[in-house]
Ligand binder design. Structure first.
Ligand code: MOS
Length: 734
């Protein structure tokens, strides 16, 4: 189904099941520990052996030789895979560095060997005996240092409208500030894990991955085999956040280990390897310049961002939202990429906007103070209903102003003191901050297969994944709504490369696109069923387990001619035309935060948070709310705690486990509230939904930092905002 004109009224609009806060259909499996995650699939292949990854001990250089004798002789060892015996490997389209290093080493903890043994403990013990002899070379590891050398080389990435430099120079008010965000690690609960089994030249892998089709393709490419001989399954995923978008070393090495040991092999990436072996959100240095009139009208807005990556990597697109969020005639945005020899930087929840808004929305707070406006008033004054670079291109929906006003009302924003450092509650200095939330809505092809059986049960099959987000549930709701069935009569099967390729889970596109694909397949199934029932397909209505047309109704259970195992099967995909070019599709929101800062110790505590989101139809308010409160929590982590500490001498992330890489726990997170604006976006898809899972993090960091400023009068522009950056600058507590 091609979607190229705005959606008209369709069966989803009935909202009998879609739009309701139904519990997750996979909830009982998760809460009883019976949802089978990849590493636990003891049942899928007999005689599984264990693989343990050896990570490179240098960040750049060459492997001169291996001494494997002691490891090979260790108890239980079955095989050791290295680049010397792995055979010729290709490189996946989506991988910036080789997943099995050697002879060159591209980054610290790049996998250089896999030890396969009878038991996990034997594999781990033998891995300690692998001796790798390296020749180390110098690398570039420090973004601030690398920034200077890259500035001019990549200046062609700039995106300009009008004459930014001239308008900025002439502006009555000029803000020119630099902000930094550190490297972040996804820190999902379930580590990357895979079981691989060969059957002749066919490979089956049970893994934990967000994008089945990408990863199946890249695994086949890397192994030099046809894609249709790889069967990849990932039905349950314990968190991804972008860290599982791509083929990673656990999957490739499990496949290589299984080939070498001639047995199924399971590999879980050990936690201390994840930070340096896999991808991370790259650190940024962001310079923001805003020129405005004395009344606060923006005349010039400039945002440049520097980040680093391996030679084949991409820059963090932290300027993305600045092209679209505020009006202003003269504009400049650009990303600059420094070559760094750290592990690969790549997508992490709301890549671009998440770190970009951490800078932009603090700059707006600073500008508001400079021009003497309330932060919300400044944003309202500079709102735009069209793409600021192209007035002929409206937003499909844009209710940023309503989000801010609704939030202000609900949060008690009028109680905020415009002057910082004035509100005390015992030993706590108390402040409020807000930020706009913005995240683009991306649309991408998504397919599904649906089938009706004799019992009147509809089964949906698509390679869409559920990374803890609720995909199973919203897909079941969609099929139930379309077919006029109760949820109990829909079965959803996900995450299998033998199912039609879907959008996958990424970039907050999964909910809207994958359900739209199910919608398309259900339209076809409805036609097929009506035909089989001898009814007019165009006027057929599906409700209460019946199909009705022309005064006749036929139950879906026991449809005429459906006997035994026979099913009526329909398959289709949603494909998107150019509506995303004619209209700018984005999601909007507003975040409000109240913090307390200890007047004596500068300890920061978040006291309450509110998010207001405008992101099209909310398919399930319960799972959507869970996404947003999780994202808000992650935003608090980015604001106050998260930082991969770079050893700029040797080139690695030092705090590479969950003891040293701090994320918020329950005790850090107080009252959270989420409000969804009641809206539909008919330009986005037949579902009229948009993404929300990433919108929830966008702006949170800045809202926290702005609240800290409001509490203390101390502006910190380098994240995370930790007490050591505040304490020497705190107002005199006496
Ligand atoms: Mo998202 S960072 O595309 O999983």
């Amino acid at each position: 189904m091609k979607f190229d004109t705005p959606a008209i009224t369709n069966p989803i609009d009935q909202l009998k099941i879609v739009g309701h806060p139904v519990d997750r259909i996979d909830g009982p499996l998760k809460t009883t520990g019976t949802a089978p995650y990849a590493y636990e699939r003891h049942d899928v292949a007999a005689n599984q052996a264990y693989g343990y990854i050896v990570g490179a001990g240098i960040s750049k250089g060459r492997i001169l030789s291996f001494d494997l004798g002691r490891a090979q002789a260790a108890p239980g060892v079955l095989a050791i895979v290295t680049h010397e015996n792995a055979g010729k490997l290709g490189k996946g389209k989506l991988n910036a560095a080789k997943l099995l290093g050697g002879p060159t080493v591209d980054h610290y903890h790049q996998a250089v060997a896999l030890v396969v043994a009878e038991t996990f403990e034997q594999a781990r013990a033998a891995a300690q005996l692998v001796q790798v002899n390296y020749a180390r070379t110098d690398g570039a590891f420090d973004l601030a240092q690398a920034r200077e050398s890259t500035e001019r080389r990549t200046a062609n990435r700039d995106n300009t409208v009008g004459d930014f430099a001239g308008a900025f120079a002439k502006a009555e008010v000029r803000l020119d500030q630099t902000y930094t965000t550190p490297d972040h690690s996804h820190s999902m609960m379930e580590p990357h894990a895979t079981i691989a089994a060969w059957n002749g030249d066919r490979l089956s892998v049970w893994t934990s991955n967000q994008m089945i089709d990408w990863t199946t393709g890249d695994l086949a490419t890397t192994l030099g085999m046809p894609k249709d001989k790889v069967h990849l399954m990932s039905p349950y995923i314990g968190g991804g956040f972008g860290g599982k978008l791509f083929l990673r070393a656990d999957t490739l090495l499990a496949a290589l280990g299984a080939r070498a040991a001639r047995r199924p092999v399971k590999v879980a990436m050990q936690r201390p390897l994840i930070a340096n072996n896999t991808t991370h959100r790259p650190a940024t240095i962001q310079r923001i310049r805003i020129g405005a009139t004395a009344q606060g009208k923006i005349t010039a807005i400039g945002h440049e961002s520097w980040s680093g990556n391996l030679p084949d990597g991409k820059p963090e697109n932290a300027v993305q939202q600045t092209r679209l969020l505020y009006a202003g005639e003269h504009r400049l945005t650009g990303t600059r990429l420094a070559h760094l020899d750290l592990p690969e930087g790549n997508a992490m929840r709301a890549p671009g906007e998440a770190p970009g808004l951490m800078a932009l929305e603090v700059a707006m707070d600073e500008l508001a103070e400079r021009v003497g406006l309330d932060p919300i008033a400044l944003r309202v004054l500079n709102d735009t209903q069209v793409d600021p670079a192209n007035a002929a291109r409206p937003f499909s929906q844009r209710r940023l102003v309503e989000c801010m006003r609704t939030g202000a009302e609900r949060f008690g924003w009028s109680q905020r003191s415009a002057r910082p450092g004035l509100v005390r509650d015992g030993r706590w200095l108390v402040g409020m901050g807000m930020a706009a939330a913005f995240r683009n809505n991306q649309v991408t092809k998504s397919g599904a297969r649906v089938a009706l059986d004799r019992r009147g049960v509809v089964t949906v099959e698509t390679d869409m994944t559920d990374i803890g987000t609720g995909s199973y549930t919203i897909i079941a709701q969609t099929a139930a709504e379309m077919m006029g069935l109760p949820l109990e009569r829909v079965v959803v099967r996900l995450g299998d490369s033998q199912f039609p390729a879907s959008s996958g889970s990424g970039g907050q596109w999964g909910a809207n696109c994958s359900t739209a694909g199910v919608y398309a397949a259900c339209i076809k199934l409805r036609e097929a069923i009506a035909q089989r029932a001898g009814l007019d397909a165009a006027s057929a209505e599906f409700s209460d387990g019946m199909v009705r047309a022309g005064g006749r109704s036929v139950p879906l259970a026991g449809l005429p001619g459906l006997a035994g195992q026979e099913r009526i099967v329909a398959e289709d995909a949603i494909e998107f035309g150019d509506l995303d070019k004619r209209y700018q599709q984005s999601t909007f929101g507003a975040h409000f935060v109240e913090v307390g800062v200890d007047a004596y110790t500068a300890e920061i505590r978040v006291r309450r948070m509110l998010a207001v989101c405008a992101s099209g139809r909310i398919l399930n308010p319960k799972s959507a709310r869970s996404q947003v409160i999780g994202a808000m929590t992650m935003g608090v982590g980015a604001a106050l705690m998260e930082e991969l500490a770079v050893d700029a001498r040797l080139g690695f992330f030092v705090n590479h486990d969950l003891a040293g890489y701090e994320v918020p726990v329950h005790a850090d997170i107080p009252h959270q509230e989420v409000i969804f604006m009641d809206e539909t976006d008919p330009i986005s898809s037949p579902m009229k939904a948009k993404g929300v899972g990433e919108l929830g993090i966008c702006g949170v960091g800045a809202a926290v930092a702005n609240a800290i400023y409001n509490a203390t009068g101390v502006r910190v522009r380098d994240y995370p905002v930790t007490l050591d950056k505040l304490i020497t600058r705190m107002p005199d507590a006496a």
